[in-house]
Design a protein around this ligand. Structure first.
Ligand code: MSP
Length: 639
């Protein structure tokens, strides 16, 4: 079977954050699972680059929309491989083939009479990039962006969405799997109880030029939704490429609840007007908060996937996000919650089972997978539990309950740990007469671990692969039968590697960026980066290095590594620096000068927002702050 898995194309007005990462992670895990089950998957993500929001963000950054879009799109493109995301296509709405496809479709729908020009006045929310109906406003404000929408009167082009309302209601009613989880299907059906308004799809060029020109009227551009949703067709080579024939309408779109209406109402009606079958499924998840708060740049609490990976490693981040959120509901991230899950699930349960088992096979079974003999009820209990796990696991992934799929794997892990304790192989090994019993025991233990490794591949690809290699195996996407009990071949030599998940200690709870060393994939070199590690002068210029004068240096409570520095550069700001093991507050008296990177995204460290980073030289284990001449004043830029 063929499946087309997509994420939303993300706006380039912000860099990738935890919310974006979660969506793409579910898409990646689902695609990997489907590939493992021998299905043909085409997985697409990308960036949405037209519209007011981008123009504003570019203006703020003092650059052109195109340059700005290029830069941020590149962040997305290079962040995803760090998260071990393997997408088949990365689409940009500024790509020329996309623009052509949008224009082709606009012309087609216009010729059919489903697009018309009309006078319009309404409440336009810039955040949503659409007009809101009276009913959607809460106390006159957009409930999502908490702003009063602009009153706009102008001529515009409209898509006759209302024409397809009855068809859409029937389709959703007859296909319960079309929008899931059910709460979102119900939300859409309830919204469709009121008459559907036609969709405004244009902006006059007098107000916005950063869009796709309407092929039948050069005075207008189309923007966000009529532009963005079509990415799902462009990516397959609509209308005549082979990929399109193979993967449409086998599309499964993954989104969060914020863009439910465009995907559940605008998109299927647009497809109907284009003369295409609707997509197969829409999977809708909830929102990630950080602690108790909505993520926001103003609050300075935006969690960035790159930083999380640097601190915890890629697989623990993948595991946490997929294990913690029940798809459809909101969830909350804190580094403490991640560390707790890491220590209990990864280091204790999984890591221990795996390393104990391999050590024992080396010690008591000659380091090879043994031939099993007669089974006992306890062995059959374990194989039965593994079979049950496979059934639960597959059902839960198909239903997008990733957290439950993982919970079922952990049930088997728990069972494996108990199986070891009950059989006490170290006791059996004392008597050579128990050799066959010991072999049967190890075979069952290792076979259940093979299944654990395979089922973890979609969630933690690096870990699953490492585990399989230790068992002398590799995942074979051409052999779906491998997800069954009894495929383990006796005689194969096992290889014990390093611990999978060394425990995180108290120090890792502090965000110093100096956590345990973890393997990290380098992001792909950016377009203007010739060689890896080499940067251009333009890139270097982006770095704002300045002299800052200490106003006061203080210890950070409960931290051995951090100092809170209030500095002038020349404006007052707080910088939290990981130098407390090398400098005490007394070493940094008021007036002392240091060098800071002044234009870093603020981060919260131990509850304090840090607005910059101190530069220091490292010599062995020690850090040294550079000396600055007295004459240099606070705020001077480094030339
Ligand atoms: N460009 C549009 C989508 C067009 S698709 C044809 C857009 N972009 S966005 O950058 O705002 O991304 C929205 C999506 O990002 C959400 O639907 C979700 O996938 C993800 N998330 C953004 N914030 C999120 C959370 N706080 N939590 C979970 N996911 C979130 O809308």
């Amino acid at each position: 079977m063929s499946i087309y898995v997509t994420t939303p194309i993300f706006y380039v007005n912000d860099q990738p954050h935890l919310g974006h990462a979660y969506t793409i992670l579910t898409a990646d895990a689902y695609s990997r699972y489907k590939r493992l089950s021998d299905e043909n998957v085409y997985f697409q993500t990308g960036t949405d680059e037209h519209g007011d929001k981008i123009v504003q963000a570019a203006e703020k950054a003092g650059t052109s929309p195109k340059e700005y879009a290029d830069r941020i799109s590149e962040y997305f493109r290079t962040t995803w491989p760090q998260l071990d995301i393997e997408a088949d296509n990365f689409i940009r709405t500024t790509d020329s083939d996309h623009i052509k496809t949008v224009q082709k479709i606009l012309q087609k729908v216009y010729d059919k009479g489903d697009i018309y020009l009309s006078e319009y006045s309404g409440h336009y929310c810039k955040g949503c990039e659409r007009f809101l109906t009276e009913k959607e406003l809460v106390e006159g404000k957009c409930p999502d962006h908490l702003c009063i929408p602009e009153e706009i009167h102008e001529e515009n082009y409209f898509f006759k969405m209302s024409k397809y309302q009855e068809w859409l209601i029937d389709h959703i009613t007859q296909h319960p799997e079309f929008i899931t989880p059910e709460r979102y299907r119900n939300e859409v059906l309830s919204f469709l109880q009121d008459p559907l308004e036609d969709l405004c799809i244009s902006r006059p060029v007098t107000r916005l030029t950063w869009g796709v020109e309407l092929p039948f009227d050069r005075n207008f551009v189309t923007y966000v939704w009529f532009d963005a949703l079509i990415n799902y067709l462009t990516g397959l080579g609509y209308p005549d490429q082979e990929t399109f024939g193979q993967y449409w309408p086998a599309a499964e779109h993954i989104i969060a609840k914020d863009i439910l209406k465009p995907h559940a109402v605008y998109w299927p009606t647009m497809l109907k007007a284009i003369g295409l079958n609707p997509y197969r499924k829409l999977h809708v998840h909830g929102f990630w908060k950080v602690g108790e708060h909505k993520m926001s740049k103003t609050l300075g609490n935006v969690a960035r996937p790159g930083e999380m990976i640097d601190r915890f490693g890629v697989d623990p981040v993948r595991y946490f996000l997929l294990r913690e959120m029940s798809f459809g509901l909101d969830s909350s991230y804190t580094p403490e919650a991640l560390i707790d899950r890491y220590n209990s699930d990864l280091a204790n349960d999984l890591g221990n089972l795996f390393s104990r088992s391999l050590t024992m096979v080396q010690k008591f079974a000659g380091g090879k997978i043994p031939e099993p003999g007669e089974t006992e009820p306890e062995d059959r209990g374990l194989s039965e539990a593994a079979r049950q796990m496979l059934i639960d696991y597959q059902r839960e992934i198909e239903n997008f309950n990733f957290h439950k799929a993982l919970a079922s794997v952990w049930e088997l892990i728990g069972r494996g740990n108990k199986y070891i304790v009950h059989n006490a192989p170290w006791e059996l090994a004392k008597d050579p007469a128990n050799k066959e019993r010991l072999n049967t025991f190890f075979y069952h233990l290792l076979e259940s671990m093979r299944l654990v490794s395979l089922t973890l591949l979609p969630f933690m690809p690096g870990t699953g692969k490492k585990m399989l290699e230790s068992l002398g195996l590799h995942a074979d996407p051409d052999n779906p039968g491998q997800l069954e009990w009894g495929e383990l071949a006796p005689g194969t030599a096992i290889k014990k590697g390093e611990a999978l998940f060394p425990r995180l200690d108290k120090k890792d709870r502090e965000q110093t960026g100096k956590g345990q060393k973890r393997e990290k994939k380098k992001p792909a070199a950016s377009a203007d980066q010739g060689e890896e590690g080499v940067i251009t002068f333009d890139e270097f210029k982006k770095c704002d290095l300045r002299v800052a004068e200490i106003v006061i240096a203080e210890k950070v409570e409960k931290s051995d590594r951090l100092l809170k520095l209030t500095v002038k550069a020349p404006e007052k700001r707080t910088v939290v620096a990981g130098i407390a093991e090398h400098y005490s507050p007394e070493d940094l008296p008021p007036g002392k000068k240091v060098i800071i990177v002044a234009n870093l995204q603020p981060v919260k460290l131990m509850g304090i927002t840090s607005e910059g980073m101190i530069l220091a030289a490292r010599e062995g284990d020690r850090l040294f702050l550079p000396d600055i001449a007295k004459e240099v004043s606070a705020g001077s830029k480094l030339a």
